[in-house]
Structures are given as C-alpha cells and as structure tokens.
Design a binder for this molecule. Structure first.
Ligand SMILES: Nc1nc2c(c(=O)[nH]1)N[C@H]1C(S)=C(S)[C@@H](COP(=O)(O)OP(=O)(O)OC[C@H]3O[C@@H](n4cnc5c(=O)[nH]c(N)nc54)[C@H](O)[C@@H]3O)O[C@H]1N2
Ligand SMILES: Nc1nc2c(c(=O)[nH]1)N[C@H]1C(S)=C(S)[C@@H](COP(=O)(O)OP(=O)(O)OC[C@H]3O[C@@H](n4cnc5c(=O)[nH]c(N)nc54)[C@H](O)[C@@H]3O)O[C@H]1N2
Ligand SMILES: [Mo]
Length: 760
C-alpha cells in the first residue's frame, strides 16, 4: 500500500468530545502509530523505518529528548515517536511545481496542518522581492544571496541565527562557530521558549543548568514527583521508566491542573499485562494544583519539613550549601491560607504529600513546560531545588533534579554553544582553537530578536530548523516583525508557516532529516546528539534522502561560511563538510567532557557527560556551594470573571507540526479549536458544554488580543483555569509577558475573558 495523498484544505475543525481517558498507550497506541505512519509512508517503509528507531547503529528518534534504556527492546518506539518519524520519512513531496501552483498568499491562508501534510521539501527555493511565488534556485546562487545581504549589514548584530532543537551536535557546533566568526552572538534558540527557566534556576543554585539524574536513579528513587508535565503524550517512553521505578517500590506524586491519562495508568505495549491486562497505575497522589501555584506549594512543604527538624539533612546542608538561614526564615513565614489561595489545594492534600515525602529518603522531581512558562518560573524551580537540598537529595543515587527536555537535541545544541549568552571561558577556548576573536557582547534571545526585527535593528533572519513565527508568542506582532526583515532564510525539512511570512526576500533551504543517509566525500557520516540526561550517542540515518538536491545541515553551514567569510585558512570548512570526524575532533578540544569523543561515542549507548553536582557533590556556583534561595512567593492573580489560560500540546502534534486533529487521551477528536474549562466556572460564565466562545487576553498595559470561535469543553481541570492548544493560541500571549530572568514567554498563564460566540 503506497502513501496516501494529503487531505484537502480547508480541514474541517469540528471537535467531537467524549471525556478524558484514564490510561495511556496499550494496544490502541500501536494501531494509531501504524495508521499514521502508513498514511505517510506506506506499509513496507513503515516496518523498515520504525525498526531502526533508537537502535544501536540506527538513528536517534527525532521525537523527544527522553533517554534510551541501555538495552532497548527490538521495538523501542512509542506512538508519538513513530508519528515524528513518519512526518519526516513521508513519501509525499513538495516540488517546484507545487510552488508554481501555490502562491505565497495562497499558502499563508492555509492551516499549519495542511502545510505540514504536503510532504518533504525537495529543492532550494527563492522568493524574490515583490514576487508572490517561490522559484527554484541553485545552491551556489542561494549562498551568494545570503552572503550579499550579510555583507551589506553595517553591523553583524543585525543578523539573527535561530536554532530549533533537532540539529545535531556537529551541525550546531559549526553553526555557532560560523555566527561568531561572522561577528555576532545573536543565537536565539527554541530553549529560550522552553527550558530556559530551568537552566537559569539550576545554574544559579547548583552551578550546572542541566538535570542531575540518570535513568538508573529513577529506578532507585523512593518518590518521584512529576510536576507540570504530560509525559503520556510528550515523553511516552518516560512511562516505561516510571513503571519500572514503581515495580522497584517508588511512589509517584503528580502535580498538575489536569488529570493527564498517561500519569494515571500505563499500559505498556511491550508487555502482555500492558497489552491485554489493566496496566500499571502510576500516580499514587494527584495534587490538582491551580496554574502557577507550584512555588507556593513547595514553599509550604519546605516549611513543614523544616518544622520536623529530624527530616532535614543537616550534615549535607552544613557541608555543601550556602544561604540556608535566610531561606529557612522565608520558609517559616509560609502559611496555609496563602498556599490554599495560590494552589487551590486542601490541607489534607498537602498533608498526604508531606507524609509521602517524609517516608521517602530518595526523591526526584521531574518537570517540563508547566513549570517553565510562567512569570515566576525561575523562583518556582529554585524552590524545588530548596526542597531537594533540604533533605540532601542532590548528588546521590535515586535523587535529584530532572527537567525533562523537549526537542531531541535541544540540550546538545546548548552544550555546543548555541546560546546568546556564551560563557567567557567557552569563547576563549573557541577563539584559541580557531585563531579568531569571538564577539564578547551578549546577543539576542527569541523575544529580543522579535523586538529587534520589529524596531528595524535586525535585518537578516536565518533559521536552522523550527517554525519561528508559529512557535513564538504574539503572532500578529511576530509576523509583522518578520515582514520587516530584508532577508529570511529557513533550513527546513517540511513546509511551515514561517515560509509564508517572510522578509522582502526569502529562501527555503531543504535539508536531510535524521532518518536519512548522509554521504559526504569521506564516506557515510553519522552525527551525535545528547539526551535529557546528558548521554551523548551517535545517530545514523539509513533511508534514501527525500530528494537528490538536499544538503545536510553541516554541509549547508560549511558552504555558507566559506561563501560569507572567504577561505581565511584558519577554519577548514571544506574538510569539516567532507568528514564530520574532523568536527568532533575540534569539539573534543573546545568543549569539556568530550575528550576522546570519537572512541567513546562509538561504544554502544554512547557516554555520559560529567555533571559535577551529580558526580561528586561539587557545585560550581558563585559561592562554590549549592545555594538555597529565598525569593518572595508569588502566583498569578486573576480578576473576577476571568480565567487563567494555559497553552499546551494535544496528543496529535509536535510543537507547531500538527499530525492530526485528535487529542485521544483527553477525549477530543476531529478538531483543535477547543477550550477546556471547569464545569462550575463555565456555568458561572454562562457557557454550556458545546457552546462557543471567543478568547480575549488582557495584558497589564491595557492591550487586548482575541482568538475567536473556540468550542467550550467542560473538563475536570482545576478551578479558575482553562486550557487550549498552541500554536493557535499564541496570538493571545503578549510579547512582553515573559518570565523574570529567563525571558521565556509566559505561555502557561494568560489571563483571558471568555465571551459567548456563535459557532464559526
Ligand atoms: N508528541 C510530542 N512530543 C513532544 C512535543 C510535542 O509537541 N509532541 N514537544 C516537545 C517539546 S519541545 C517539549 S518542551 C516537551 C513539552 O512537554 P510538556 O511540558 O509535557 O508539554 P505541554 O503540553 O506544554 O504540557 C504541559 C503540562 O503541564 C501542565 N501544567 C501547565 N501549567 C502548569 C502549572 O502551572 N503547574 C503545574 N504543576 N502543571 C502545569 C499541563 O496541564 C500539562 O500537563 O515535549 C516534547 N515532546
Ligand atoms: N503558546 C506556546 N508557545 C510555545 C510553547 C508552548 O507550550 N505554548 N512551547 C515552546 C517550546 S517548548 C518550543 S521548543 C518551541 C518550538 O519551536 P520550534 O522548534 O521552532 O518549532 P517546531 O514546531 O518544533 O519546528 C518544526 C519545523 O522544524 C523543521 N524541522 C524538523 N526536523 C528538522 C531537521 O531535522 N532539520 C531542520 N533544519 N529542520 C527540521 C520542519 O520544517 C518543521 O516544520 O515552541 C514554543 N512555543
Ligand atoms: Mo520545547
């Protein structure tokens, strides 16, 4: 059976609602995965491709960053990993004829779902100034055009080099080297919208902005707290690890405004019990918290732990930490009434949690976007660090911080130097290795890049993957800003919204995906990636590339760099393109932890990067100790008659890539324009289930933004809270609504008004 042609547009958005499910995965997940995959790539290719995911000698799943267990099952794939692979390995193609048929105006009127369904990009395409159709262009001419625009800039800081998180270590290292050799640290990346808050909080308190646990720690933990994360959809393989942890005796507390099916019960599709039986219950205690209440919750828990003097690990605190007294004084001031208002939790909820905490010696806290995308995200995560430090739960087996990363190599990209705020030591090492003076001025992150484009301070926007205009907040402002650029360039695998909202001139540069063979002059190449737990391993695609015209990401960077910088001799771009081992040699010399890279990454399973707090309780912070902190407790305030909206993912999407219109575990099918509201709140607002509402966000400067026509779904979320899917709701998130310190858009706490509307 060959791949199916894409659906016609407009895709009917007519949500059908049956209510939330109470378990995840099981046999239906396999069926869903196979159906999606076969639609995109037919039966034979589906079988051949899915068997290679996350296998030694195979490719790293382009889905999430959850690590692989040491000995993966023959089919270590999950439903959503399979969908991510199918999106890339699809047999559908976007050709020059497609662009001749569809003007940019036409494409800009299509849904993101439709755009993505058209298939893989096959040829470099150019949109000349004033034109409404992309036309094919050859690679050399494309690089000439970019060089022309970059050379015309009066200041290299007028160029922006964005990265999404799928880019390999090799490509990322070359890309940041190119940007810095050209003269700027303007390297915004998807992390700015994602785990930046985690990085900021962990760097200040522990000295390393990454998680401190390995998979084995999960299996040794007594208690795992999962806060602000929906792994059943976004990190399905994590459920296997949680199941294993439970069978070894761990308890699980879930902190979430939504009862997420995947955390209730897991039916492991790789065991008979999971396929046919009732599966494993995962959550022992569900704390249905209000959006943004987490800092207050952990602050009160910290007070209660301190009050039980014996529960505190005073030896660890004395030896390894700073700031305890000030923190303890702040914690003692926490009170029940304030915590109840912030969290909506009852006293007995919190006492039950406390009892479980006190009964556990080894504790891990896992989190994702539910904690990172609030105004007070950084203090919230710092309070979790306080919580773990109190009982010595950092730097010993079965304990620690576990921020669960999103994109499959987002953590590796940061390790390779994709950051607008590079450390001085890193720049020194880079400059010494390649014989140039890297710029020292810090660059622009995502939100500041949008401001710079809006204000005419940036003129060239280059994206290594991703879908910047759809992923960024304040869609109207962002799209307007992008249209002011002189040139926008996207290195992409698939068509998306960012190709339709362009600068005066635009280029689409089609690239190889993870699943595809990458053949260079020195032979077949592999690349490397780093997962959420700091394990670096190799990835090698096996499929025939989607088109003979594709270049790999490293090749694109090397050719562009030679064209822009000329052959200065100090950076051997041609060699790097020919043989990625030469890139790894340089990475090994510049980045600590990569010594003997080539040999170690050849070992099955790869190698773990050093992590000082985890490895030997060494904390490379300003004080040389792990820092307790004492931020004031805050939470979002919501005026009467308003709700707090979180913008989140459905089960059928990968960020801005929509795979389908169903959110199976939440019982919603056939449409995405839904808003989930507690039945009591909905009744107070006069919104029956099945009615429609316009969502209007209210920002502190008095400005308002509206997203019309959402079907109201009565749903058991926390009181006062609502939920709707991103990217459709990004129009509602003001550009200035960001987290303190990390500048991450506060996409999980948008104050909205719901007004009854007629069905669209
Ligand atoms: N299939 C699939 N996999 C993915 C992705 C995808 O889109 N699809 N995206 C990838 C990326 S880049 C990322 S970053 C991750 C995202 O992974 P998640 O963070 O799981 O993604 P979200 O859908 O944003 O879900 C946020 C969760 O936090 C809860 N939450 C929201 N606000 C709060 C709060 O204030 N407090 C608490 N305690 N909980 C809260 C929500 O109810 C929801 O369960 O997934 C990665 N994996
Ligand atoms: N309101 C709201 N906004 C959010 C979020 C939210 O929860 N709420 N989440 C934020 C988060 S956590 C993130 S990480 C960002 C995501 O932001 P991005 O990473 O920018 O967005 P994606 O949708 O993952 O990018 C998808 C595109 O990447 C391209 N692509 C896929 N694979 C490859 C590859 O191998 N190479 C190249 N060059 N291109 C490839 C394809 O063309 C595809 O269309 O969105 C953020 N925005
Ligand atoms: Mo992310």
């Amino acid at each position: 059976m060959p791949a199916k042609p894409p659906e016609a547009d407009p895709v009917q958005d007519a949500p059908h609602v049956t209510g939330p499910e109470h378990s995840a995965a099981g046999a239906p997940a396999i069926g869903h995965a196979l159906r999606t995959a076969q639609r995109q790539m037919g039966v034979r290719r589906t079988a051949l491709t899915l068997l290679r995911v996350n296998q030694p000698g195979g490719f790293d799943c382009p889905g999430c960053a959850w690590p692989e267990p040491d000995r993966p099952h023959t089919a270590e794939f999950c439903e959503n990993g399979a969908k991510a692979v199918a999106e890339e390995a699809t047999l559908r193609r976007v050709t020059p004829e497609f662009f001749a048929q569809h003007s940019v105006t036409d494409l800009a009127g299509r849904s993101g779902y439709w755009l993505g369904q058209q298939g893989r990009l096959t040829r470099p395409m150019y949109l000349p100034e004033g034109a409404d159709h992309y036309e094919p262009i050859d690679w050399d001419r494309a690089f000439d055009l970019i060089a022309e625009e970059l050379h015309a800039l009066p200041d290299p800081d007028q160029a922006l080099f964005y990265t999404s998180g799928r880019t390999s270590n090799e490509a990322a290292f070359l890309y940041q080297l190119f940007a810095r050799a050209y003269g700027t640290n303007n390297l915004p990346d998807c992390s700015n919208m994602c785990h930046e808050s985690s990085g900021a909080a962990l760097t200040e308190t522990l000295g390393v902005g990454k998680g401190s646990v390995l998979l084995n720690d999960l299996y040794q933990a007594d208690l795992i707290i999962v806060a602000g994360q929906n792994p059943g959809t976004n990190h399905p393989r994590m459920l296997t690890a949680l199941e294993k942890a439970k069978s070894a005796g761990a308890k699980i507390i879930t902190v979430n405004p939504l009862p997420e099916a995947g955390l209730e019960r897991f039916k492991n599709p790789q065991t008979a019990r999971g396929l046919a039986g009732g599966g494993t219950p995962l959550t022992d205690l569900f704390l249905q918290i209000r959006l943004g209440g987490d800092q207050a919750l952990f602050r009160l828990l910290n007070k209660l732990i301190i009050n039980r003097g014996a529960a505190v690990d005073s030896v660890f605190i004395r030896r390894h930490t700073a700031g305890y007294e000030e923190f303890a004084a702040a914690a003692r001031a926490a009170d029940w009434e304030e915590t109840r208002r912030a969290t909506g939790l009852t006293r007995s909820d919190i006492e039950r949690a406390l009892a479980m905490i006190l009964a556990s010696r080894r504790i891990i806290v896992c989190w994702a976007m539910g904690l990172t995308q609030h105004k007070h995200s950084v203090p919230t995560i710092k309070e979790i660090v306080n919580f773990l430090l109190l009982r010595g739960n950092v730097g010993r087996p079965g304990a620690g911080v576990c921020p669960v990363r999103g994109h499959s190599n987002v953590q590796g990209d940061r390790t390779m130097g994709i950051t607008e705020k590079p450390a001085a030591g890193f720049l020194d090492a880079l400059g010494t290795e390649f014989g140039f003076d890297p710029p020292q001025r810090h660059g622009l992150d995502v939100v500041d890049s949008i401001r710079a484009l809006r204000d005419g301070r940036a003129k060239v926007f280059f994206a290594m993957g991703g879908n910047f205009v759809a992923a960024s907040p304040d869609t109207a402002v962002t799209e307007d800003a992008m249209r002011r650029a002189a040139l926008t360039v996207h290195v992409s695998t698939k068509l998306n919204r960012s190709h339709c909202v362009t600068g005066a001139r635009a280029l689409i540069l089609p690239t190889l995906g993870r699943t595809e063979r990458d053949h260079q002059a020195a032979g077949p190449q592999s690349v490397t990636v780093e997962d959420s737990m700091g394990i670096v391993h190799a990835s090698r695609g096996r499929l025939k590339p989607a088109s003979p015209h594709l270049l790999s990401e490293p090749a694109i960077v090397c050719r562009l760099a030679r064209r822009v910088l000329g052959d200065t001799g100090t950076i051997p771009w041609e060699d790097f393109e020919r043989d990625y081992r030469l890139v790894r040699e340089r990475i090994a010399r510049v980045i600590p932890g990569f010594e003997d890279f080539e040999t170690r990454v050849a070992q099955p399973g790869g190698f773990a990067l050093p992590h000082a707090p985890r490895d030997d309780r060494h904390f490379p912070t300003a004080t040389g100790k792990a820092n307790f902190t004492a931020d004031p407790v805050t939470w979002p305030t919501v005026p009467p008659g308003r709700l707090l909206l979180q913008t989140l993912r459905s089960h059928d999407q990968y960020n801005t890539t929509v795979y389908g219109l169903d959110d199976r575990y939440r019982g919603i099918t056939g449409g995405r324009r839904v808003v989930l509201v507690h039945p009591d709140d909905a009744r107070e607002l006069g919104l029956p289930d099945g009615s429609h509402a316009d969502l209007t966000s209210e920002w502190t400067d008095g400005s308002e933004r509206t997203a019309p026509g959402f079907r109201v779904v009565h749903y058991p979320t926390a009181r006062g809270c609502a939920a709707a899917y991103y990217p459709e709701t990004n129009v509602l998130v003001p550009l200035d609504a960001t987290a303190d310190t990390s500048n991450t858009p506060a996409s999980k706490s948008v104050v909205v008004r719901l007004t009854p509307a007629t069905a669209p």
